[in-house]
Design a protein around this ligand. Structure first.
Ligand SMILES: Cc1cc2nc3c(=O)[nH]c(=O)nc-3n(C[C@H](O)[C@H](O)[C@H](O)COP(=O)(O)O)c2cc1C
Length: 316
């Protein structure tokens, strides 16, 4: 049996990448019910912006319980290591996850061996996704006890690595370096790309963009249309966080201004709001960010069909 399926108790090694605001309980449950692994992102079911830790925790508790009402299958939650969590939001979410029995953490950020060891002592399954993936980082995570490594290439949507290593390269490198399973992330939008990832060593795939263009994703219809209507040549990529990360976006206000700012030496321009942008559908309110391969997605499908398509190369 596929090791990822065995570890996560799922049928297809297709993990839905958490996406702030747009990975709701409905999407997560749909992916898990299809036999993949749904993962709650921050502000999963929230309808308004909340700022305090206590309020955010209670919002996430509701999202967890909503998900449990929609599926009896496993699902995960997105968290961040302490270094990327200056106010303690993620720490509180990890405590909540334990309390609510959500025992799969999808960790995004720099590898922190101490924290990985603690999460393992607490009984979590740890899926580690280093923001700028490195061979050394993957080796350290494996040694600390991480269960699964995500190899994210710069083909991905969202806050992309500042490094310019593509998904095929980073998947092949990490799969060669560690003995635990590696998931390919970045541009896995159809069965062929899933198969390509498998050929270079992935034991599963970690997918965002294809799930944005699903019937169950709560991103605004205008957001989905904007993505579908953007010609692959027209995406804008700009640098943020002084080179640590980049955004790829459909060509609107924040993309145009971000690129201009970069040209003028500002490597940390703003990216706007996912809430007003992707969730509410105003493309000038924030980056509408997706993979460079979104142009290969031809239709907005149900998650059930997406999971089965992307999972096909990994099952007999
Ligand atoms: C709109 C969007 C928002 C994202 N938000 C998050 C997030 O909040 N946390 C996180 O760990 N990753 C986030 N990601 C990254 C995804 O979890 C995943 O790694 C990525 O989408 C995989 O690449 P793909 O979009 O090419 O499939 C986001 C990606 C997108 C497209």
């Amino acid at each position: 049996m596929n090791r990822v399926c065995e570890m996560l108790n799922i049928q297809y090694p297709v993990i839905q990448g958490p996406m702030a605001w747009i990975t709701s309980s409905e999407l997560v449950a749909a992916v898990s019910n299809a036999g993949g692994l749904g993962v709650l992102g921050t502000s999963a079911d929230s309808t308004e912006i909340v700022r305090g830790i206590d309020e955010s925790v209670e919002e996430m508790r509701k999202a967890i319980r909503n998900t449990k009402a929609l599926t009896d299958k496993p699902f995960g939650i997105n968290v961040f290591p302490e270094a990327g969590d200056p106010y303690g939001f993620s720490k509180a979410m990890i405590a909540l996850a334990k309390e609510e029995g959500v025992m799969i953490l999808v960790v995004a950020g720099n590898v922190s061996p101490e924290e990985i060891r603690q999460w393992k002592r607490d009984g979590f399954t740890v899926i580690m996704r280093e923001a700028n993936p490195t061979i050394r980082g993957a080796e350290i995570a494996e040694k600390a006890g991480a269960d699964i490594i995500v190899a994210t290439g710069c083909d991905e949507g969202g806050c992309m690595p500042g490094l310019s290593t593509g998904t095929t390269a980073i998947t092949a490198l990490l799969a060669d370096a560690v003995n635990i399973p590696v998931l390919a992330a970045g541009g896995i939008v159809n069965e062929k790309l899933s198969k390509a990832a498998q050929i270079v060593g992935a034991e599963g795939v970690f997918v965002g963009t294809r799930f944005i263009l699903s019937k169950e994703c709560r991103a605004a219809d205008a957001t989905k249309k904007d993505i579908m209507d953007t010609h692959p040549d027209d995406f804008i990529v700009f640098t943020q966080s002084n080179g640590d990360s980049k955004w790829r976006t459909t060509p609107h206000k924040y993309g145009k201004e971000g690129l201009e700012a970069n040209k003028n030496g500002d490597m940390n321009p703003p990216s706007g709001s996912f809430y007003y942008g992707m969730l509410k559908g105003n493309p000038d309110a924030g980056v509408n960010t997706v993979s460079n391969l979104s142009g290969l997605i031809r239709s907005i499908d149900f998650c059930d069909a997406i999971v089965k398509e992307l999972g096909a190369p990994f099952v007999d």
